[in-house]
Write a protein that binds this ligand. Structure first.
Ligand code: PEP
Length: 256
């Protein structure tokens, strides 16, 4: 299994500059008191707060990530943000293929693949989101949906590249709904993902790839959800907006 777990905060379209800085200050205080031995923490604020949060977390183990990026390098793409721009703001990670991007902005697996390849090329670590929607879940199509998502999203990603990829299993029916997957459901999909990685790459990749769970993780259910060995942390939406709650989730991961 990967040597460190990962807890990432996806703030989505929440928090302006001042709120982002306040949150970073609160989290910094926590890191002044506690040393995390086996969990990496990543904040993914909106683009407009990346630089400010980066300055706040300088010198701490907290890492910075973006919520999206475009796959082109530079040019006439009004409103888009490149991998190079993210790097210049201090990003180490980038969330790609979040279900909200797929749902509201028509991102396909093929587009996500272009983004993954570009992120890796530029030295960013993608957090690639996959997961089935409610209908697919009810129709028992979870594995075939995820199989297709992984096949296409990771197409042409080398063995060297995959070492820098984190996969986030996020059942769409669990995102922002308060209805989390059970630890058993998460475990079973994570195991399926590892089998898939073994087929696409090899045993080492299957064992060493970080696979995190996302979907209504809270301070109350985090410990249980992080219990299966194959679950290597979480992508946290709603519960990452309050520092106190987010810190409880970090603690649940670190003390597992
Ligand atoms: C997410 O947006 O990735 C997410 C998991 O959201 P929530 O924790 O609010 O379900």
């Amino acid at each position: 299994m990967p040597n460190k777990k990962l807890i990432a905060a996806n703030w989505k379209m929440n928090k302006g500059l001042v709120q982002s800085q306040q949150f970073a200050d609160e989290l910094k205080k926590y890191f002044e008191k506690y040393k995390l031995t086996d969990t990496e923490v990543v904040l993914c604020p909106p683009f407009t707060s990346l630089d400010a949060v980066n300055k706040k977390i300088a010198g701490t183990p907290i890492k910075l990530g973006a919520q999206n990026m475009y796959f082109e390098t530079i040019g006439a793409y009004t409103g888009e943000i490149s991998a190079g721009m993210l790097k210049s703001c201090g990003c180490e990670y980038v969330i790609l293929g979040h279900s909200e991007r797929r749902q509201y902005f028509n991102e396909t697996n093929a587009i996500i693949n272009k983004k993954v390849l570009k992120a890796l090329d530029e030295g960013l670590k993608p957090i690639v989101c996959v997961g089935e929607n409610l209908q697919e879940h009810e129709d028992k199509l979870t594995e075939s949906v995820i199989d297709e998502q992984i096949t296409v999203c990771l197409s042409h990603v080398s063995e060297e590249g995959i070492a820098n990829v984190t996969i986030a299993y996020e059942p769409v029916w669990a995102i922002g709904t308060g209805k989390n997957a059970t630890p058993h459901q998460a475990e079973s999909v994570h195991n399926f993902l590892r089998k898939k990685l073994k087929k696409m790459y090899n045993d080492d990749v299957s064992k060493n790839t970080k696979i995190i769970y996302g979907g209504s993780v809270t301070p109350e259910n985090a410990k249980e959800l992080f219990t299966p060995q194959t679950v290597n942390g979480g992508l946290i939406g709603g519960a990452s907006l309050e520092a106190e709650k987010f810190i409880k989730i970090i603690n649940a991961s670190n003390s597992k």
